[in-house]
Design a protein. Structure first.
Length: 348
């Protein structure tokens, strides 16, 4: 069995620990609901991501652009000997998973879903049960030393977001459906709010959104855009967008660049958020991408003007005509394929 040695260490530490016994998962607290989203702050979800990111930092693989994991500084001085051994074993266990994908690795996602209370532990493959054992062993340590501050930060983020989100979601959703040619999911989307999510601060996989409350750029009002950006990755929305882009590029006889669909989600989520806030009398919104993403990579020098010239007018038109959407995508594809963005007046 993979990592059997680690498992034995963890189990032996749990057996000899005087810490609180582990509680059954599935009791993660539900957070505030809007009609379309469920915002959650739970200790197991927080711990799952905390351990992975801590292990990345231990291996010097936590990128410099991500917020530093400040809890790693002098952490041993605040823990008892037993706690330190439990925590060290847990971070070592999660270090074996640090190169696995939170987007595509089914075993790792099964552990995440169990930690969030969405699945029973039996759903985790046998080869990854050691991760669940490590999390359970470390949970009392986390709850005693770090969870109260993490939960307070998460709940502060949720409180800042939930009111506006509830007010604007029904205005924004039809715009996203028109933009992507897709359908918004009927059931509320779970949003796990954690202090550390991943190196870029948010992701969506398996029908769940995870967002870092500790990220500087994930605060209001950009928090609204991030929620809708991550929701855009759900298959009923992302798949039609990708298909529409492929048709548009096929029509002009070129191939879609590998990351173009994701760049379109960045721009679309930012612009729909801007449109919606303007409708509330809140001007001057900056896309999340304008805080740094749009300056990363030479491709944005061509893509951004094309988005502004060819895609933005459609987003602002409120058109429900599938033909108008297809025409806007084809015009965008033609400009991108030409490799230049013609000079034009500022479309704003």
């Amino acid at each position: 069995m993979r990592n059997a040695g680690l498992w034995l260490v963890i189990v032996s530490l749990m057996a000899g620990s005087a810490l609180n016994p582990p509680r059954r998962p599935g009791l993660e607290e539900s957070g505030p609901h809007t009609r379309r989203f469920e915002l959650r702050s739970g200790p197991r979800s927080g711990l799952f991501h905390f351990l992975i990111d801590w292990a990345l930092a231990d291996a010097e693989e936590w990128p410099p652009f991500a917020p530093p994991i400040v809890e790693r500084e002098a952490w041993r001085s605040g823990l008892s000997g037993t706690e330190a051994r439990l925590w060290g074993a847990a971070t070592q266990a999660f270090g074996t998973a640090r190169d696995r994908s939170l987007l595509f690795d089914n075993g790792l996602l099964a552990v995440r879903d169990w930690a969030a209370g969405a699945e029973e532990r039996e759903a985790i493959p046998d080869s990854d049960q050691y991760l669940a054992s490590a999390l359970e062993a470390a949970l009392p340590v986390y709850e005693r030393h770090w969870w109260p501050a993490h939960d307070a930060r998460n709940r502060s983020w949720i409180e800042a977001v939930e009111g506006t989100l509830a007010e604007i979601e029904e205005t924004m959703i039809p715009r996203f459906e028109r933009a992507y040619g897709g359908r918004w999911p009927d059931a509320p989307i779970p949003v796990d709010v954690v202090v550390y999510a991943n190196s870029v601060g948010a992701y969506s996989s398996g029908g769940r959104i995870t967002i870092a409350s500790g990220e500087r750029d994930s605060q209001m009002p950009q928090a609204l855009e991030l929620i809708f950006h991550e929701a855009s990755h759900l298959d009923p929305l992302e798949a039609p967008l990708r298909m529409g882009l492929k048709r548009a590029f096929d029509a002009v006889g070129t191939e879609v660049a590998a990351r173009l669909w994701h760049d379109m989600i960045f721009y679309t989520a930012g612009e729909i958020t801007r449109i919606t806030l303007e409708g509330r009398g809140e001007s001057g919104y900056r896309h999340y991408g304008e805080l740094g993403v749009y300056t990363r990579g030479e491709r944005w020098a061509i893509e951004l003007p094309a988005f502004e010239r060819r895609w933005r007018p459609f987003l602002r038109s409120e058109s429900t005509d599938a033909g108008a959407r297809a025409a806007a995508l084809e015009a965008f594809a033609r400009e991108i394929s030409a490799g230049t963005s013609p000079e034009a007046e500022d479309p704003r």
